[in-house]
Ligand binder design. Structure first.
Ligand code: MF3
Ligand code: CO
Length: 243
């Protein structure tokens, strides 16, 4: 990507992250995930961006909100009310001037169990640990290896059925960035390309299934999952986190 194109993605990522931070305020007991969806529509309007998700392969909502054993693509619902002890992942993607930005994080509602505090932390730390594998010439397998290893070391599993991805003029493009793998395998990372690295970590086995709504991905064993995502620019000798 050119310097100008990278700047466009950087702007998208910044706006997506700001929206997540502003939505955090609304993550309180008693609110429905649909109300958070409405708030996200308002915020995107205010920031002059479009949802990257709405209409993507027919996705009907503005953002994804995944609660507890929901892993990703949680469809906001009027009847889904947040309660004390829940963990909630917000996934926000924006489109602006023909470019995309995508990020996610998982937050507690009220007081959550210690094991879920750890789950959320491990999702974020696995991302941070994977960053040292991001440089031109590295491999997607190096990233996946670090994420899976760190999750396992902490007694958790990674979700293998979904992966991170290249991003730029499309929300999803090559390379695919799995959360597992072997060192030295997979696609080569290229300078000035951008990838979304998005560990999905669960306390269970890591198998998933789809809810009847056709979108929400849940763990088969109904164990809780945490999701963390940032877009990362690949540089000659390293990286820059854009979101
Ligand atoms: N944030 C998700 C990802 O990184 C995309 C949501 S897909 C949609 O892959 F269909 F829900 F839009
Ligand atoms: Co993504």
């Amino acid at each position: 990507m050119t310097k100008r194109e990278i700047d466009m993605v950087r702007t998208c990522c910044k706006k997506a992250r700001e929206i997540i931070e502003e939505l955090r305020e609304y993550l309180i007991e008693g609110i429905s995930t649909y109300e958070i969806e409405l708030k996200s529509i308002e915020l995107m309007k205010k920031k002059n961006v479009e949802s990257a998700f709405k209409g993507y392969r027919g996705y009907p909502a503005n953002i994804c909100i995944s609660v507890n054993f929901e892993v990703i693509h949680g469809l906001p619902k009027k009847g889904k009310i947040l309660k004390n002890g829940d963990i909630v992942s917000l996934d926000v993607g924006v489109k602006y001037n023909g470019f995309y930005g995508d990020c996610a994080d998982t937050f507690p509602i009220g007081k959550i169990e210690v094991k879920y505090i750890k789950l959320i932390k491990v999702a974020r730390r696995s991302f941070e640990k994977a960053l040292k594998e991001v440089y031109a010439g590295s491999k997607t397998g190096n990233i996946g290896y670090v994420i899976e290893n760190y999750a396992k070391k902490n007694g958790f599993s990674v979700i293998k059925e979904f992966a991170g991805h290249g991003i730029g003029k499309n929300l999803h493009q090559t390379p695919e960035v799995p959360n597992f793998g072997y060192k030295g395998e997979g696609d080569t990372l290229r300078e000035n390309e951008i990838i979304a690295i998005e560990p999905m970590i669960t306390e269970g086995e890591g198998e998933t299934e789809l809810l009847e709504d056709g979108w929400t991905v849940v763990t088969k064993d109904r164990k809780y999952a945490a999701h963390y995502e940032n877009c990362v620019l690949i540089k000659k000798d390293g990286y820059e986190v854009l979101s």
